[in-house]
Write a protein that binds this ligand. Structure first.
Ligand SMILES: *Cc1c(COP(=O)(O)O)cnc(C)c1O
Length: 330
């Protein structure tokens, strides 16, 4: 069984290894969603995490578990988003060299954000594939270690520390709503929550545009899906056709999957802002989107994980002003 590949003991060890380097984020009750759903709804404010997303947990744990030789050679990644930020910060906090490779097409503000967090940014070529060639070179010639965003034991165990916090703060939880892309976040949370409360329901939520994990679970094996620009940009990307861990854990432990539309995501970002006073990115809004679009029936004691806040503020302002942007046609 896949869930025996990573156990609760790995998550407790991760908690010890990331202590003092990641924030324990608050769990707060949402009065507006509690009234709307007639069920107690709580929000896990993980967008208040250092670097603005939970990715810091997995990256910090993966770096803490490098061998001495790996630490000395450093780590490398290709993400320009939340994983890149988490990795850059975690490496710099641990005094480990970190290279993030990206293509020339990545906007300057994203390049600067990763550089400001302490990474050595290397601009190579005109595509992600060309950036990958440089990654492979750094691995072969300089002995660096690639840290992937989700399909890695220590990354999953690190994300699982968020699940421990949920069951400690709310032992009676019935339903946990988790944004889903590659599945590292929900795999870690599911392992932690189901160990403490086997009856709890884990729901993975993603956008209609490019639901790679959900399509893969339906197909019975990892599949590639076509990608379209979405407000939930941090949920884009595939799960890897040679997926080692997250596919099997998600297939075995996640109870339900929900797809939300671009309009649902925009509504949820507005809900978070006006009703909860929270600025969240589209990918973090899908749990609220599922609740306000009535996709979740009779959830009982509920937690929605707000996974990140790294949205371009001009885009956020447009959504708050009432626009439902269609990023695929911009
Ligand atoms: C990466 C990310 C997710 C999805 O996490 P996976 O582990 O890939 O499923 C959700 N929300 C935000 C903000 C993210 O950065």
């Amino acid at each position: 069984m896949s869930d025996e590949l990573i156990g609760l003991d790995d998550i407790f060890r991760a908690r010890r290894d990331v202590a003092n380097r990641v924030r324990r984020t608050p769990l707060v009750r949402s009065e507006s969603l509690t009234a709307a759903l007639a069920a107690p709804v709580h929000l896990k404010l993980e967008h208040h995490q250092i670097t603005g997303s939970f990715k810091l947990r997995g990256a910090t744990n993966a770096i803490a578990n490098l061998t001495r030789r790996q630490r000395e050679a450093g780590v490398v990644g290709v993400s320009t988003g939340n994983h890149g930020r988490g990795l850059a910060h975690a490496a710099s906090a641990a005094g480990v060299r970190c290279v993030v490779c990206m293509s020339r097409l990545v906007p300057e503000n994203k390049v600067e954000a990763i550089r400001a967090l302490g990474a050595d940014v290397r601009i190579v070529g005109d595509s992600q594939d060309e950036a990958q060639v440089e990654v492979d070179r750094l691995v072969v010639e300089e002995g660096m270690t690639v840290l992937p965003p989700f399909d890695h034991r220590d990354v999953i165990a690190g994300q699982g520390t968020l699940g421990l916090e949920i069951v400690e703060d709310l032992p009676e939880v019935d339903t946990v709503l988790v944004p889903l892309s590659g599945g590292g976040l929900i795999a870690g949370i599911a392992l932690a929550v189901k160990a403490a409360r086997p009856a709890a329901r884990l729901v993975g939520i993603t956008m209609e545009r490019g639901a790679a994990m959900i399509e893969s679970v339906r197909a019975g094996a990892p599949v590639a899906v076509e990608e379209t620009a979405s407000l939930a940009d941090s949920l884009g990307g595939g799960i890897g056709l040679d997926n080692q861990y997250t596919f099997a854990i998600v297939r075995d432990l996640v109870d339900d999957f929900v797809l939300v539309s671009e309009d649902d995501i925009a509504n949820a970002m507005r809900h978070a802002y006006f009703e909860e006073r929270q600025v969240i990115e589209g990918g973090a809004a899908v749990g609220i989107a599922a609740l306000v679009s009535s996709a979740i029936v009779d959830p009982g004691v509920t937690v929605a994980v707000l996974s990140g806040c790294n949205v371009a503020m001009d885009l956020h302002a447009r959504v708050i002003a009432g626009e439902n942007p269609d990023l695929a046609s911009e």
